[in-house]
Structures are given as structure tokens and as C-alpha cells.
Design a protein around this ligand. Structure first.
Ligand code: AGP
Length: 608
């Protein structure tokens, strides 16, 4: 969370900083600020709210300089006020920070004892004061920063400037993402390369523990041991990363509609002659999948839901036992991995702190680690043994949509590959499911055509405070994902239950003010699901059912049916996700929420 940008050049850099922040708003948008060095002093502007407020204030104040740092915040310590906005300053030193300084309370107390005055409630403010304190003890700016950083505990990325040293910008990566952008006569810093694409397409991906000094002409890197290292520069095809709303009202809607094309990209080159190309998962995939007797999936949020669907698939299709757990739980409990466990992590961003920490914790105990990820340059991809890139394309809306369905496609390919290696999926069965996957882009277009009907019904949710989502089997995690979508963008409380669990408690909630949304593909469980729906109707619950048009779920007063195309059971979770995304989207629009940047959230969760 939080986004950092830094720049040192021979031109005024305020616009570079502000455009960079706009592109990093997905990381947090509670407040924004920047600091530049101008005429030997730090000039700082900070505003609560989105980057636009900062842009307006900076323009009005005519702020400019040749070196500067900027920040967009997702509040952890202290409310999103101006005082708590970054950069934080101590005399002639200004600092931006992404992450958490865990020992800030002890440091704050010590620094207050030394006479430093704190003006914010943040953990970050200890950093500029600590550097100032170290400078008083002697040595130069770089030494002082190194000594200060050595005292910090936690995960952080820092950008640091000092007014009397306008020739350099210092950066530190220790647990939070940071890249250096290389220009000609100018260099840059950012939490994500995306922020710097308007100014460069050449990047250095820093590693954990790296300490960096940027001047206009040079980038010097020290590794965690203090040794000077040369990190390779990578050139990116910037056109791949361009993103606009393309005529849609919101990124989320555009991304929902992009799913047929995104899924096609996930499949391209990954199937050959109707079967899964094993090396799509990496050169060791054939051997590791054959050896794996157990799969442990770790992920967060929507990516966790994708993993939960995959658990059903691994056990039903591939005959391999599979556990799935949210990474933030797994990493902090004592765990036992069965012998020959393959670790699978799933993440859109590849920068989610809990998922990364879980990977690092478990890696040595597993036979190998595979990540399913959308961002090829991410930390998760770099730290995993094998990676499958989903190629969903940039996902800007905070609510994950195309990232989820492309993860599901990737996971189903993985299940087929693993099942084949174990002799549990025949060539015919594999071809049959691959054929179903190949039909998905067309099938999803049919489902997207339900949009106007869903939009009309969404009106009925606008005044509601709670909604229940029901599914059975692999549709239960789909219902969980539907509930997550609705709560995160419409702020309506939503919960998902496996439909068979209703009678064990949640049925008590059902009355005529509680909409109940169900996903009902035609499969072995459809009759059981219909009985569960009757239980809801008998309590005057208002039902909205996305049902296979051949499943004989008939509309009646209080029961609205959306006819879904007939689909094979294996790919049904992917297909039934789409209408739930559309429903949440339209309810959020009706409620007038900030669809792409819902309150209190951020796209990339780089703090624990
Ligand atoms: C879902 O809409 C959210 N964006 C969130 O739950 C997200 O899936 C989670 O934070 C994990 O992110 P990742 O896929 O980038 O790891």
C-alpha cells in the first residue's frame, strides 16, 4: 500500500511526480504529498484526498524543482489528514515511506528524548528524525541514512532527499516494492514501473535489502551486506502497459468486458493440439507435478477464492489432495505440510505482502513453488521456482475481475497437467476440458449480454443493507467472490454460504428484506440447491438465481431467474462469476460509490 515516486533530473520534475502518483493511486488514495528541493530548501505540499487535490494545490503554489519525492497514502498509522500525509520532514530532510516501521514507538520515545518534535501520528515520521539524529553524530548523509535504516524493523521502501544535497536522491528497499527508472541525464524511483512509463521504459528491479543512491547520471546500489552490486537494467515494451477507460464509465466495467479477450490471452500458447503445454508452468513442471502428492495453495482476497475453486478441481479432476488457506493466517500459525507438497501461490499483483511472506516461510519445506500471477516483473514471480503469467493485462479497478477469471483458467490448466502426470486424467478427458476452455471467450460474450437485465434488477439492491450469496460445490467460492465484490464496491454487507449450510444458522436472517443471490448451474447438486432455495422462499426471502436455462428453475413472485447458457461443470465457476461481477458493479453505480477506488481499500496490499 502507499505509492512512492522520486525523480532527479535536469528539468522541473513536479509534473513527473504528480503523473507518477496518479498512476500509483491504485496503491492508496487517502492523501497525497510531494517535496522538492528549491533554492536550497525543502518545499512541501500535502493534501488529504486524492492526487488531484495535491495537483491543484501544487499548481496553485507554483511548486517546482529538479529533485523531489512524492507519495500517495493508504493510511495505517493515523487518520488520512494533512499532518499525517507524506513526505515527512525533519529540518532539511524529507522522507516518503511505503510499509510499516514496527519499532516506531520505541524510536519515537527516544527521539523525543533527544528533543525532536513530532507533528504526525505516523510511524514514518521517526525516519527523518532518526537520520537527522545520526547526522548529528557525524559522517555524511549516506552514512547517516545507512545507520538509521539499520535501526528500523519492519517492511519498508523509502525515498529520501536532503535540501543541502540536491545532487542525490536516496532509496531503500526492505520488504516493500521499489524500482529505479533509468533516463538520460535523469533517474527515477517508484513503487511500480507503471508510474514511470511516461518518462522511461528502462528499469532496475531492486532486491530486498538494497540501498540506492541516484544522481542525474548514475545509479549506485549496495546489497543487504553492504557490497556494491550491479543490478541488470530491463527494457519494457511500454505499449503493453498502456491503460485507459476506453469509453467505459469505469475501469471495472471495462475490465469485466475484457474477460473474453483476457482469457484468450491466458490460453494462447498454453495449449497445443488440444492438450496443456506442460512447460507453460516452467521447465521443471513435468517432474514436479509428477512428484507432487499434495498441493498447498496460499493467496489473499479474490486470489484466495480462485485457489478455493482450484481445491475442488484438484481433488475432483486430478485426484490430488489440496489445501487452500489465506496467506495471512497460514504464515502465522504452526503448519504441517504433507510430504511432497507443491506450493502454489496466486496473486494478481505479485506484491501482496502476506502472500510473499507465506511463500518465503513455506518454500524450503515444499518440493517447489509455483506462482500464478498477472505481473511478470513482480517480486512473487522473481522469488518463486516457477511462474505462470495470466496475461490478464493491467487491472486498474481495485475490485478484481479479469484477474480472477484468468487465474481460474490458469488453475484449471494446472489441474489438468497435474492430473495427467498422475495418470488420473486421460488424454480424452484432457482434450474435452481444454475444448471447454477454448469455448469460454465466446460463451462469456453470451453471458455479458445479460448485462441490461442485471442492471435493471440491481435497482432492487440499492436500499438493502445485507445480501446472502449461495452456491454449492465449486460454486461456493464463486458465491464468496460475489459477496466480496458486492461489499467492497457497494458497501452493502454481504456473506456467502454453501447452500446446504443455510439451515445451520443463516436462515434465521432471511426475511423479505434480505435478498438472496444464488448460482445454479445444472449439475449433480442442482436438486439439492433447489431444495435450499425453497427453504429461502418459505421464509419470504427475495431470491435472485443465475440458473442454467435447462435446470428448470422457474420464475415466480419473489424469485427472479437469470437464464444462463448450458456449460460443462468444470468451467461453470468461470462462467457464473461474470453475472455476479455485473450485479455488484450496477449496485455500486446506483449507490453512487467510487467504483474503481472504493473507500479504505487499495489495489496492491503491500503491508501485513
Ligand atoms: C479483490 O477485489 C481485491 N482487490 C483483493 O481482495 C485482492 O484480490 C487481494 O488483495 C489480493 O491481491 P493480489 O491478487 O494482488 O495478491
Amino acid at each position: 500500500m502507499c505509492g512512492i515516486v522520486g525523480a532527479i533530473g535536469e528539468r522541473h520534475i513536479t509534473e513527473v511526480l504528480i503523473e507518477g502518483l496518479r498512476r500509483l493511486e491504485y496503491r492508496g488514495y487517502d492523501s497525497a504529498g510531494l517535496a522538492v528541493i528549491d533554492q536550497g530548501g525543502i518545499v512541501r505540499e500535502r493534501q488529504p484526498g486524492k492526487v488531484q487535490a495535491l495537483a491543484d494545490a501544487s499548481h496553485a503554489a507554483g511548486i517546482d524543482g529538479y529533485v523531489g519525492i512524492a507519495h500517495t497514502r493508504w493510511a495505517t498509522h493515523g487518520a488520512p489528514t494533512q499532518d499525517n500525509a507524506h513526505p515527512h520532514q525533519s529540518g532539511d530532510i524529507a522522507v516518503v515511506h511505503n510499509g510499516i516501521i514496527e519499532n516506531y514507538e520505541a524510536l519515537r520515545e527516544r527521539l523525543q528524548g533527544e528533543g525532536f518534535v513530532f507533528t504526525s501520528q505516523t510511524d514514518t515520521e521517526v525516519v527523518p528524525h532518526l537520520i537527522q539524529s545520526e547526522l548529528r553524530k557525524g559522517g555524511d548523509f549516506i552514512d547517516a541514512v545507512k545507520r538509521a535504516v539499520a535501526q528500523l524493523h519492519g517492511a519498508f521502501a523509502l525515498g529520501i532527499i536532503r535540501a543541502c544535497e540536491p545532487e542525490r536522491l536516496i532509496a531503500v528497499r526492505q520488504g516493500s516494492p521499489l524500482v529505479v527508472g533509468l533516463g538520460i541525464g535523469e533517474n527515477f524511483l517508484s513503487s511500480d514501473q507503471l508510474a514511470l512509463l511516461p518518462v522511461t521504459n528502462r528499469f532496475i528491479y531492486l532486491e530486498e535489502g538494497d540501498f540506492v543512491v541516484l544522481t542525474r547520471q548514475k545509479v549506485s546500489v549496495w546489497d543487504r551486506n553492504g557490497d556494491v552490486v550491479k543490478r541488470p537494467a530491463v527494457e519494457l515494451d511500454a505499449t503493453l502497459h498502456a491503460s485507459t477507460k476506453g469509453g467505459y464509465k469505469h475501469y471495472m466495467l471495462k475490465e469485466i468486458y475484457e474477460q473474453p479477450a483476457a482469457i484468450q490471452r491466458t490460453l494462447n500458447g498454453r495449449v497445443s493440439q488440444g492438450r496443456v503445454a506442460l512447460d507453460a508452468f516452467g521447465p521443471q513442471a513435468a517432474e514436479l507435478l509428477a512428484k507432487a502428492r499434495h498441493i498447498q495453495i496460499l493467496a489473499c482476497g479474490t486470489s484466495y477464492h480462485a485457489g478455493f475453486v482450484a481445491k475442488y478441481w484438484f481433488e475432483a479432476i486430478a485426484g490430488i489432495s489440496c489445501h487452500v488457506e489465506v496467506a495471512s493466517e497460514f504464515r502465522y500459525r504452526t503448519t504441517v505440510l504433507p510430504p511432497d507438497t507443491l506450493l502454489v501461490t496466486i496473486s494478481q499483483s505479485g506484491e501482496t505482502a502476506d502472500t510473499l511472506a507465506a511463500l518465503r516461510e513455506v518454500k524450503a519445506r515444499a518440493i517447489g513453488s509455483l506462482c500464478i500471477c498477472n505481473v511478470p516483473t513482480s517480486t512473487l514471480v522473481r522469488e518463486s521456482d516457477m511462474a505462470f503469467i495470466t496475461h490478464a493485462g493491467p487491472e486498474i479497478g481495485v475490485a478484481s475481475t479479469k484477474a480472477f477469471t484468468t487465474q481460474l483458467v490458469a488453475l484449471l490448466l494446472l489441474v489438468l497437467a497435474a492430473g495427467r502426470q498422475h495418470g488420473n486424467v486421460s488424454a480424452d478427458r484432457e482434450r474435452e476440458i481444454v475444448a471447454q476452455l477454448n469455448q469460454l471467450p465466446n460463451l462469456l460474450e453470451t453471458v455479458l449480454a445479460l448485462d441490461p437485465q442485471i442492471e435493471r434488477i440491481a435497482e432492487r439492491f440499492g436500499e438493502k443493507h445485507h445480501t446472502l450469496f449461495l452456491g454449492r460445490g465449486a460454486q461456493y467460492p464463486v458465491a464468496m467472490e460475489g459477496a466480496l465484490k458486492l461489499k467492497e464496491i457497494s458497501y452493502i454487507h454481504a456473506e456467502a454460504y454453501p447452500a446446504g449450510e443455510l439451515k445451520h444458522g443463516p436462515l434465521a436472517l432471511v426475511d423479505n428484506d434480505m435478498p438472496v443471490v444464488a448460482v445454479a448451474p445444472k449439475n449433480d447438486l442442482i436438486d439439492k440447491l433447489k431444495s435450499n432455495l425453497q427453504e429461502v422462499r418459505a421464509r419470504a426471502g427475495e431470491l435472485y438465481v443465475f440458473a442454467d436455462r435447462n435446470a428448470d428453475v422457474r420464475p415466480e413472485p419473489g424469485l427472479t431467474v437469470f437464464p444462463m447458457p448450458g456449460v460443462a461443470d468444470e468451467v461453470a465457476p468461470i462462467v457464473y462469476t461474470i453475472p455476479l461481477q455485473l450485479l455488484s458493479y450496477h449496485v455500486a453505480v446506483i449507490k453512487g460509490t467510487d467504483v474503481d477506488q472504493p473507500r479504505n481499500l487499495a489495489k496492491s496490499v503491500t503491508v501485513e
